[in-house]
Design a protein around this ligand. Structure first.
Ligand SMILES: Cc1cc2nc3c(=O)[nH]c(=O)nc-3n(C[C@H](O)[C@H](O)[C@H](O)COP(=O)(O)OP(=O)(O)OC[C@H]3O[C@@H](n4cnc5c(N)ncnc54)[C@H](O)[C@@H]3O)c2cc1C
Length: 304
C-alpha cells in the first residue's frame, strides 16, 4: 500500500491534519495504537445499554468560528452540533445559581441578582471581547503564527494593547479585577479552568479569548466522537485509511512499537511514501456551512 503521508495517532488533531492533507489531494494513512480512534474525543456505551457517554471531551468551544468546519465541509461527512441556550452555570449551597445564557440580557439579569455592578461589567466585557475584538481574536487563533514583526504590527492598535494589558497578570487576578461578587468570581474562575489549571503570572493573556467564547459552547450531535468519524470520512474520501487495532484484521506491525516487536514476520508491511496525487476534486460549494441544529430546552442531550 502506498501513501503520500502517514499521521501517527488518530486523535482529533492528527485526524484534522490528515483531513486537510486529504483535501489537498494527498492519500494519507492515519495509524492509531489503541483499539478505538479518537483519543480524548471518545464516546462509548459503558454503563447502560443504549446510553453512550463522552469519556473525555464533552463540548467544543467556539466551534462555529473554527474554519475547519467550512474548509473540510464537515456537514457533508455527518457532523453537526447544537449550541445550548444555557451555556455556563455555578450552583451554590444556599440554593442560588448564576447562569450564563447565549442571550446577553438573560445573562445580565442572572448576574444582577448577585451584583448589578458585575452585570454591567459583564455587558461591557461582552461588547469588547465578543463583538469589537472578535475579529482580532479569531485571526490570532486560527492562522499560522505570524512572524514577530507582523505580530507586533497586528497588536499595535488599541485592541492589541487591551489584549496585551492582561499579559502581566495571572488569570484569577484578572477575574478578581473585573468582578466584585464572590459567587460570580467563582463562576468565572472555574470557567477559566477550561483552558488551564495553572494560575501562573502571564496566564491572564488568555482571559480575552476565553471570555470571548463564554457563550460559544457547542455540543456535537452524536457525542464527541462524531467529529472524529466525520474527519475519518474526509480522509477515506481522499483515498486514505484510518487504522486502529480493531479496524484491521490484526494489529499492524507499524501501529505501535509494542505491536511491531510482537508482530509476525509476514504481518502488514509499513506503508511507504508515494508521490502526491492530483488535487481534491470536490470543493464545489464554498458557501456551505456545517449544519447547526436548533436546540430546545437546555439542549444538553446529544440526540442519539
Ligand atoms: C477528562 C478530559 C476532559 C476533556 N474535556 C474536553 C472538552 O470538554 N472539550 C474539549 O475541547 N477538550 C476536552 N479535553 C481535551 C481534549 O480531549 C484534547 O485536547 C484532545 O483530545 C487532544 O487531541 P489530540 O489529537 O492532540 O490528542 P489525543 O486525543 O490524546 O490523541 C492522540 C492519539 O494518538 C495516539 N498515539 C499516541 N502515540 C501513538 C503512537 N506511537 N502510535 C500510534 N498512536 C499513538 C493515542 O493513542 C491517541 O489516540 C478533555 C480531556 C480530558 C482528558
Amino acid at each position: 500500500m502506498h501513501y503520500d503521508g502517514i499521521v501517527i495517532g488518530a486523535g482529533h488533531n492528527g485526524l484534522t491534519t490528515a483531513a486537510y492533507l486529504a483535501r489537498a489531494g494527498l492519500k494519507i494513512a492515519v495509524v492509531e495504537r489503541n483499539h478505538r480512534i479518537g483519543g480524548g474525543c471518545s464516546t462509548e456505551e459503558r454503563i447502560l445499554p443504549g446510553h453512550r457517554l463522552n469519556l473525555h471531551a464533552n463540548f467544543y468551544m467556539g466551534m462555529g468560528l473554527s474554519p475547519l468546519l467550512r474548509d473540510l465541509e464537515l456537514h457533508r461527512y455527518g457532523f453537526s452540533y447544537i449550541e445550548p441556550p444555557v451555556q455556563q452555570a455555578a450552583a451554590f449551597r444556599d440554593g442560588t445559581c448564576v447562569v450564563i445564557h447565549k442571550d446577553l440580557d438573560k445573562s445580565c439579569a442572572s448576574l444582577a441578582r448577585f451584583s448589578k455592578q458585575d452585570a454591567e461589567t459583564f455587558r461591557d466585557l461582552w461588547h469588547t471581547y465578543c463583538e469589537e475584538m472578535r475579529p482580532l481574536l479569531v485571526s490570532l487563533m486560527y492562522n499560522a503564527p505570524l512572524p514577530r514583526d507582523q505580530l507586533i504590527d497586528r497588536l499595535s492598535g488599541a485592541k492589541g494593547k487591551e489584549l496585551l494589558s492582561h499579559a502581566q497578570h495571572d488569570l484569577f487576578s484578572v477575574v478578581r479585577k473585573h468582578f466584585v461578587d464572590e459567587r460570580i468570581r467563582t463562576l468565572f474562575t472555574s470557567y477559566m479552568h477550561v483552558i488551564t489549571t495553572e494560575n501562573v503570572p502571564g496566564a491572564g493573556i488568555v482571559f480575552p479569548a476565553i471570555f470571548a467564547n463564554i457563550a460559544s459552547f457547542t455540543l456535537p450531535v452524536g457525542g464527541a466522537v462524531s467529529l472524529v468519524h466525520a474527519l475519518t470520512r474526509v480522509v477515506e474520501a481522499g483515498g486514505g485509511d484510518v487504522r486502529s487495532r480493531s479496524r484491521t484484521a490484526a494489529p499492524p506491525a507499524w501501529c505501535s512499537t509494542t505491536a511491531a516487536s510482537s508482530a509476525p514476520a509476514n504481518s502488514s508491511p509499513a506503508p511507504s511514501i508515494s508521490r502526491p496525487r492530483s488535487a481534491w476534486p470536490g470543493r464545489s460549494d464554498s458557501r456551505s456551512r456545517c449544519v447547526k441544529r436548533p436546540s430546545h430546552g437546555t439542549g444538553a442531550t446529544t440526540a442519539w
